[in-house]
Structure formats: structure tokens, C-alpha cells
Design a protein around this ligand. Sequence first.
Ligand SMILES: [Zn+2]
Length: 144
Amino acid sequence: MEFKTKYSLGDLVYMIVPISNHKSVFCSSCNGDKYLQLEKNFYKCPRCEGTGKIFQGEYIIKWEFFEKPRKIDRIRITETIKKDKSKKIEEIYGFVSSSYSESEREKNFWYIPATNLFSSLKEAKLEVKKRNANLDRRNKRTNI
Ligand SMILES: [Zn+2]
């Protein structure tokens, strides 16, 4: 199948990346005390397993852009079949620092989806601004 990619090998692009963090909340069974008291005895809280916290997954704190463009070293097209049988085609671009020797290159690739790459710094900055504004709205709602 012929597929026209957004960028070509060797193109210089500006990337944006999410900065993420783990979110956990205090355990509501022990209120973060890690132990439960039954009469005179203390028991390790079974809900949080004595950590006092419940892990709620990873969330994105903010998006950042890189000032310097990077050269595309690899292009991958992935095709996934969704539940409704429709196909989802994604372009993923690989980057590797030229300071690595030929043998080290392979394990030092990083991959960025096409949706996080831009042909100008201006576009990258605008997108970061837009995504961060959306995050702020969401974080206000959920009180992170
Ligand atoms: Zn607990």
C-alpha cells in the first residue's frame, strides 16, 4: 500500500514532549495512616498495603518544546485494528544522536508520533500553549 508520510527521512522537525508524573491519593480506608486500629491492635491497611496511598496512574503535568530541530532518522508506520474493526494508522518517527557509534545507535533511538512533531518552532510553541491550556482546565476540574 502506498502511504504518503507527513515528513521524510532527513527532514528537520521540532518536537514537543509530555512531562508526566504519577498521581496518588491518600487511602480512604486508613486516611493515609498506613495502619488500621482494631481495639488495641494495629493492622497494616489491606487496601493500600501499608503505603497510605492509592496509585491512580500517570498523568501529564505539562508539555514542553525543544528549541532545536532534530533530523528524522527513521520512519515507522504502525497499523492497529480497533475494536470496531476500523484501522488506525500512525506515523512514528525515530531520532538518534549522531554522537553514538554504529553499534550503539540501535538501542538509543527515541520515537515520537507525528502528532508531536512540527515543521516550525512557531507551530510547536503554539501547540504546547494550546495543550497546556487544556491541561490547566482539566487539572482545575479534578483538583490535582
Ligand atoms: Zn490504607
